[in-house]
Design a protein around this ligand. Structure first.
Ligand code: ATP
Length: 439
């Protein structure tokens, strides 16, 4: 079973490399441990996931606004939020092979997981990545690359609220890079030192709204979002983080875990953070971070519910949920990514039946150009149609359109469905409507 699962992970990594979704970063220089580059299809898929999330949680709601804050913030932010002091993992080092491990992720009583050697005492290791601003690299110039996108949503709370004129409850959403000096990165794009987060801080007045209700609504919203992007909900599990393991200011945190081939692990978290962050930033900055309730004329420090999701972890769960090796006749196996049309890197592929027939190529190019205005479309005339189908199946393209000799007579094309492999004749002028109905 474990072997089968490793096998699955190998297949995913190999497909991602072969088809240009994800490559090892800095490859020509021997790579850089655990850094990955998202190639033509991968960057498009990642963008589609983020766009879909933004549309779902910001554009389609009237109680949400967006933010795009700086990665490097004033270091006081991290003092106030507690990251400078507490954003640590317990680090142990093997006295024999000198490999480093996170003490909370291994059984330290069994010694080093790699060589069984004796382990050092655990010491706290701060996960924030440091750099320097300006030409003088002294203490005063030291800054951090943000370890989460969340803090800017607290620091900018008043400006966001006043400029957007939103009334409580409302939320702020942000997508962006975050950096963590992970002790043990790994499992492909699951845990890296540079990654992207999609986070929301949903602010509410605790005197008027029960946190349990807001929490339940967000849990449901996240579940709905997972379904719309095609994450297999049969493989997701909710884990309530117990008292001792939760941040002290959080009354409830749940992790949505996904059955990755390397184990059931966190996909994203949902936390009730109270007013901890706003209170801390008020204390350290000396500025009031409150909301003026126009009904009661009271100044309120809102509480927050925070759904926080890693883009790459989401993308991996989406690819794993979409991946299928279908046994066809004989030894034939078809590899398919059943990606939802909304996020598939290519939505429609257009082929001329034959490459060396100019009249077919010309008509196919016309169909391609017309569809490109409304969809993500690719033109392909390499190899035979069967090979082109397989390539599009592997990158998750929902529909392929073939222009053949009959098309020149009847103005129709063959549309082939990725999932059922069924073929339908559709008039070229009806193609747009056909895809709109099916996407
Ligand atoms: P873990 O326990 O796996 O280290 P975490 O609980 O520290 O994760 P959070 O601080 O809750 O993670 O971060 C929110 C989300 O950001 C996570 O649910 C995950 O999707 C993503 N994330 C966190 N760390 C990484 C990482 N090193 N690489 C990729 N994604 C990450």
């Amino acid at each position: 079973m474990a072997e089968e699962k490793n096998d699955l992970m190998e297949k995913i990594v190999s497909l991602c490399k072969r088809r240009g979704f994800v490559f090892p970063g800095s490859d020509i220089y021997g790579g850089l441990a655990n850094s990955w580059d998202f190639g033509p299809y991968g960057s498009q898929l990642k963008k589609n996931i983020k766009d879909h999330w933004w549309k779902f949680f910001v554009e389609q709601r009237d109680d949400m606004v967006g933010l795009d804050a700086s990665i490097i913030m004033n270091p006081e932010v991290w003092k106030a939020s507690g990251h400078t002091e507490n954003f640590t993992d317990p680090l142990v080092e093997c006295k024999k092979c000198h490999h480093r491990h996170r003490a909370d992720q291994i059984d330290v009583t069994k010694g080093c997981p790699d060589c069984k050697g004796e382990l050092s005492e655990a010491r706290p290791f701060n996960g924030m990545l440091r750099t320097f601003l300006g030409p003088i690299q002294d203490e005063g110039a030291q800054v951090y690359l943000r370890p989460e996108t969340a803090q800017a949503m607290f620091v900018d709370f008043v400006q966001i609220q006043q400029t957007s004129r939103k009334k409580l409850p409302f939320g702020v959403a942000q997508i962006g890079k975050a950096f963590r000096n992970e002790i043990t990165p790994g499992n492909f794009i699951f845990r890296t030192r540079e990654f992207e987060q999609m986070e929301i801080e949903y602010f509410f007045n605790p005197a008027k709204t029960k946190w349990e209700e807001v929490f339940a609504v967000w849990q449901k919203a996240m579940e709905e979002w997972m379904m719309t992007v095609g994450i297999d909900t049969a493989k997701t599990h909710i884990v309530d983080i117990p008292d001792g393991d939760r941040a002290h200011y959080s009354k409830r945190t749940i992790d949505f875990e996904f059955e990755y081939p390397f184990g059931q692990k966190e996909l994203f978290g949902l936390a009730y953070r109270g007013d901890y962050d706003l209170e801390q930033h008020e204390k350290v900055s000396g500025q009031e971070l409150r909301y003026l309730d126009s009904e009661t004329n009271e100044k309120v420090r809102p509480h927050v519910i925070e759904p926080s999701l890693g883009v790459e972890r989401g993308m991996l769960a989406i690819i794993l949920s979409a991946f299928e090796e279908q046994k066809l006749e004989g030894d034939d196996v078809r590899t398919v990514l059943h990606l939802k049309p909304a996020i598939a890197p290519v939505q429609v592929a257009v082929f001329p039946l034959m490459k060396n027939k100019p009249e077919l190529v010309e008509r196919a190019k016309e169909v391609y150009s017309a569809l490109k205005k409304d969809f993500r479309v690719e033109f392909d005339d390499n190899g035979n149609v069967g090979k082109r189908y397989r390539r599009q199946d592997e990158i998750g393209t929902p529909y392929c359109v073939t222009v053949d000799f009959d098309s020149l007579e009847d103005g129709a094309v063959t549309v082939r469905d990725r999932d059922t492999m069924e073929q339908t004749r559709v008039k070229t002028e009806e193609l747009k409507k056909y895809f709109e109905n099916n996407f």
